[in-house]
Write a protein that binds this ligand. Sequence first.
Ligand code: WT7
Length: 635
Amino acid sequence: MSYYKIHDLENYFKMYKKSVREPRKFWDRIADENFVWYQKWDKVFEVDMQEANFKWFLNAKVNISKNCIDRHLAKRGTKTAIIFEPNDPSEQALHISYNELYERVSKMANVLRDQGIQKGDRVCIYLPMIPELAVAILACARIGAIHSVVFAGFSSTAVSARINDSECKMVITSDGSYRGNKTIDLKVIVDEALEKSPCVEKVLVVKRTNTPVTMKEGRDIWLQPLLDEAMGTSVAEIMDAEDPLFILYTSGSTGKPKGMLHTTAGYMVYTAYTFKNVFNYEENDVFWCTADIGWITGHSYILYGPLLNGATTVIFEGVPSYPDFSRFWEVIQKHQITQFYTAPTAIRALAKESLDYVQKFTLNSLKVIGSVGEPINEEAWHWYNDHVGGKRCPLVDTWWQTETGAIMISPIPFVTPTKPTYASLPLPGIQPVLMDELRNEIEGNQVNGSLCIKFPWPSMARTIWGDHQRYKETYFTAFPGKYFTGDGALRDEVGYYRITGRVDDVVIVSGHNLGTAPIEDAINEHPAVAESAIVGFPHDIKGNALYAFIILKESGEGRDKTNLSKEINEMISNQIGPIAKLDKIQFVSGLPKTRSGKIMRRILRKIAEGDFSNFGDTSTLLNPEIVEEIKEGKL
Ligand code: WT7
């Protein structure tokens, strides 16, 4: 019997044990039986949790785009690979077959090569959710270029910082993007970004909104005419298992964004395996993940996971509220979606609206529904389970991270009984542990602690681009020999995990991972601001929202606070993007600090939440009196 598909609970436990006792044998067999390789590996893995060095499928040769496309052509050439559902429901949806995808990706690959892109070069992709985004990614993978997709909601400063960090030679973008009833001028943002990014030699521009743009001579080229001229076949580059596949930036609790580097074979094997099992994927399913491809969720479960399994996957350009709040449900019915994967923040927003929106549509094509990005609260879980899943579809609450590459802890539908708000059990190969403050592993059940993973898995990020030391320090030193996730979790009486949220200075807002440091940096750049501290506080729809405590310079004290708040939010919008805007601003005269000068966020978090009951030990503060003042300022 194949190891690829988990059949029932007994089989899950059997597979899980095998993956822990004989990880080499387990992954060897899965990699061997489900992919096409130019050359197999000499060794399944070579890992060092101290130095944070990880290699999987050593010396194997492979190309992931071949595994996503070419190998399906004989059996599934005319099958739909991608359904493109445009922002405007009156625009026709597009069905792209595997044959057509092969042709499009080949043309794109040939264009990239013609434009001087070679194996190992970094290409920044800043595109809306249109087919060209998928095609550009797969074309990079095909020729061995490293793609660095930047979410098309990020500002020019954020784009430029990401381009410079990995020294991208090329940017692929579009004239503009549609989002609901708005049009965003993406090319203008790129132009601004490139003023500070001299490493970029070429910009390829997709036409989407027909917004007028300026094209810089010698640098900017319209993509379509190049594609029209290009050949529709192409040879895939032979890649080493550990050759970089992509960089994806994620926020840290301190400093600049971290360019998480994922490599080829391990990412391929584990992403495909988790897609198959966590979504109970079967041949004629139509899978829809509503994330943006600019996030890891989109990389792994809009593109790579589904295509590696020869699935039909949906690329949705729009938003859940346009033209009205029934858009998701309408699309599910229209395309007869079998698996629907979205975020708690979307569920909460839609659950606030009239039930008529969802009840107008027949959702009985659905088989599995999923959640990702942040803890899903009990109320949202039940609404989703009852009204979307019809109490009939297992709800998979999937816990994972940009760093983990793919899903780590999740129920397996029709196998693992679900429990509201619990991500439940680790997938085969994943060994979670809970750690106490003394860095000891907490044994037994009904306990909580810091969530670590004590054994490597194939799709883990290999490093932070250009900064291995930071990678090691961020993830492998807090609990030596273990990967520290940054999350807290509890384990119930049967061993199910529930993720309780971040234990570091990262705040998850609407499922977006926001480091507090870059936002504080942006605020501090305002000429009237002396210092600031950001914390998250609970928000009905977003899960968390941002609360800023800001100290003004003397020169700023007389200023109108409403105007000032507006200016500060504009700065954040420009520096990072609208997703990082503040919900609440409190101007204060000081911040609670430890004697070593570290801001005591724990206290600020409590104040932001409106919980004045127990601030814990404040005796170590440099300035304990400030706590009272901030409290009063809030009242
Ligand atoms: C952080 C990672 C991985 C996909 C999108 C986010 C939180 C993610 C869950 C979940 C509770 C979750 C964690 C994690 N998170 N999924 N099912 N339950 N929390 O990727 O931007 O790298 O963020 O998202 O806090 O550490 P990311």
